[in-house]
Design a protein around this ligand. Structure first.
Ligand SMILES: Cc1cc2nc3c(=O)[nH]c(=O)nc-3n(C[C@H](O)[C@H](O)[C@H](O)COP(=O)(O)O)c2cc1C
Length: 270
């Protein structure tokens, strides 16, 4: 990651208004630039300190190439024209840094929808499962259970059932060599949340261990059917369980697509 920090000392004339306008312009012009990974505009909290710079932009980029692209971006040039007219001085620093490893994993995970047939070593599957078991749960009831399926015949059977529910002909598991089926005990009030967190932990762990994963839905319908109930019985699972999801895992056959995050999903109340 590359961090770019740019500080401005503003001219005395109309200082407050110009700082406010600069913040407004930064939000309008710079914030939407999609490759800015962290966007922060801050104002010096000690305004009475005459030696301090008053305004700073703190941006992170995935690479120095992205920073170079930003430098020549028309919105940046436009922002620069304004700031040049109202600043007395500027100071910048750019430096590379290692993002927190967990954050890196969380931000890099993408759903894999095209798997190689190669099996994932069992010790890796076991680690993914362990991460799932360590998910938080309502009142620590640990309602979620995991069925790790590498048996080809069973994967094909579930894939067919899943496709039938969708009314589709494709393999909804994308050729994955392993299906980590999550079910949850219905008598626990938080069972859907508990099971979903097991799914989330496993997808994150898969990314951390260099394995692709994807949530495949319709487990509820699958295990509400007589065939699904029979499969659970054959495996030796008894009780009132609902299918939460299939976490399919394997090595990606192609680079997973990166999906932009939808704007306007965060509301801050300070
Ligand atoms: C509850 C849930 C159900 C999903 N069901 C499916 C599914 O049935 N088939 C599929 O291909 N992807 C499924 N996905 C994966 C989403 O398509 C994927 O998470 C979304 O497009 C965002 O992409 P990302 O995971 O790479 O960020 C599901 C994801 C969630 C959270």
């Amino acid at each position: 990651m590359v961090r770019h920090i740019c500080m401005f000392k503003m001219k005395e004339e109309n200082k407050e208004a110009n700082i406010a306008r600069a913040i407004e312009l930064a939000n309008e012009l710079l914030k939407p630039i999609e490759y800015i990974r962290r966007f922060e505009v801050v104002v010096n909290s000690e305004k009475d300190k005459p030696t301090n710079y008053e305004l700073s932009l703190i941006f992170d980029y995935a690479s120095s190439e992205d920073l170079e692209k930003y430098r020549v971006h028309p919105n940046h040039v436009k922002f620069g024209d304004f700031i040049k007219s109202v600043r007395e001085d500027r100071a910048c620093i750019d430096y590379e840094f290692e993002e927190n490893e967990t954050m890196q994993v969380l931000l890099n995970r993408k759903s894999t929808k095209n798997f190689k047939p190669d099996p994932v070593p069992e010790y890796i599957i076991d680690k993914i499962i362990e991460a799932g078991l360590w998910a938080p749960s309502g009142m620590n009831r640990q309602a979620g259970i995991i069925v790790a399926i590498t048996d080809k015949a069973l994967i094909e059977r579930l894939s067919k059932m899943n496709a039938d529910i969708m009314g589709a002909k494709m393999d909804p598991f994308y050729n994955a060599p392993c299906v980590l089926l999550v079910l949850a005990k219905k008598e626990v009030r938080t069972y859907v949340y508990d099971g979903s967190l097991v799914m989330g932990n496993m997808m994150t762990a898969a990314e951390a261990l260099g394995v692709g994963s994807c949530w495949i839905h319709r487990a509820k319908e699958e295990f509400e059917s007589e065939e699904g109930k029979q499969i659970l019985k054959e495996i030796g699972i008894e009780g009132n369980y609902e299918g939460i999801g299939h976490c399919v895992v394997g090595f990606p056959a192609s680079l997973p697509e990166s999906k932009q995050r939808i704007e306007g999903r965060v509301f801050k109340v300070k």
